[in-house]
Design a protein around this ligand. Sequence first.
Ligand code: 25A
Ligand code: L14
Length: 339
Amino acid sequence: MLKKKNEYVVAVVGATGAVGSEMIATLERRNFPVGKLRLFASERSEGKELEFHGKAVKVEVLKEDVFAGIDIALFSAGGERSKTFAPHAARAGCVVIDNSAQWRMDPEVPLVVPEVNPHDLKWHKGIIANPNCSTIQMVVVLKPLHDAAKIKRVVVTTFQSVSGTGMKAMEELATQTAEVLNMKPVTLKVYPHQIAFNCLPQIDVFLPNGYTKEEMKMINETTKIMGDDTIRVTATTVRVPVFRCHSESLNIETEKEIAPNEVREVLAGAPGIVVFDAPEKSVYPLAIDVAGKDDTYVGRIRKDESIDCGINMWIVADNLLKGAALNAVQIAEKLVEMA
Ligand code: 25A
Ligand code: L14
């Protein structure tokens, strides 16, 4: 458990990565009570300096014995690093908020989105998991609708940006775009196919049931976070040539009928959501507008006319912020509030 203090020693593990750098910026922007910030990455980045509140902080190499004296550690350096290092951190008395998939489905580890299940923070044993980016933005929207009309089934299709895969994938989209426009052969490094000017119906590896790992994460994590395994979910996850923000098409079947206007009202009153829905003016959420924003944006709210109690919508959130760094910092803020 986190002890009440005026200021905390906070670590970011994977500090030089796409999510790690947003974690540092989010701690600064939200004025998290950081007494001392420690930054960790691989040997590649040792000695590199990153800025926090106008001061340079040196990047250190991650080792098993670095966690003494650290109160909170935000991890985003890949599942292998979380598997190896998070237990050492927890044993040293540090509370780990882990962005990888490593601990998410562990029954001993709470999986938390502060707008949805903050109560699950009470039973952590040193490690708290930050959900998958596509899952987070979806459950922020599902929770108030579930409370209002009880959700039976969700059919989701995602349009996911390359930043979810990290810095190297962002470089790959930029490089391939230039190669195509200059009629040069395309270089493949991160993805199995060209991502520039293309859509790939594969995120992560395929499982024996024909779904990808990303799709199964959305299905399994949703019921754990919502605390209700009667909600049926099916997902198709697609990588699109967008740098930042994941968009999702949601088809939601409810037990109780709920009109589109009621949906707008319920969502407008829920935390972390902006209803951005004026189709007559071509107003709906767009990845390029939502990039850098904290909220989940919802538009295209309409009735599914093929069933009795169905709603369709389009939701967009910044995958590096609400999908990762911001949600992790919000968890830390809740822990401080509860301390
Ligand atoms: O699939 P996973 O395992 O769940 O991984 C999820 C994400 O983790 C990162 C990567 O995101 C990925 O999308 N990652 C995973 N395996 C990695 C690996 N072997 C890896 N990154 C590097 N090497 P990312 O690119 O946004 O990086 C996230 C952060 O993770 C830090 N990190 C990696 N290994 C670590 C570690 N920290 C501690 N101990 C380790 N063993 C990583 O720090 C980053 O902060 P870094 O110092 O390795 O990255 C700094 C910059 O270097 C670039 N880079 C990557 N590969 C190379 C490289 N530079 C030179 N040569 C390379 N071969 C990165 O783009 C980054 O900007
Ligand atoms: O957090 O977009 O489980 O490639 C790891 C891969 C998030 C998406 C996670 C991607 C995912 C990510």
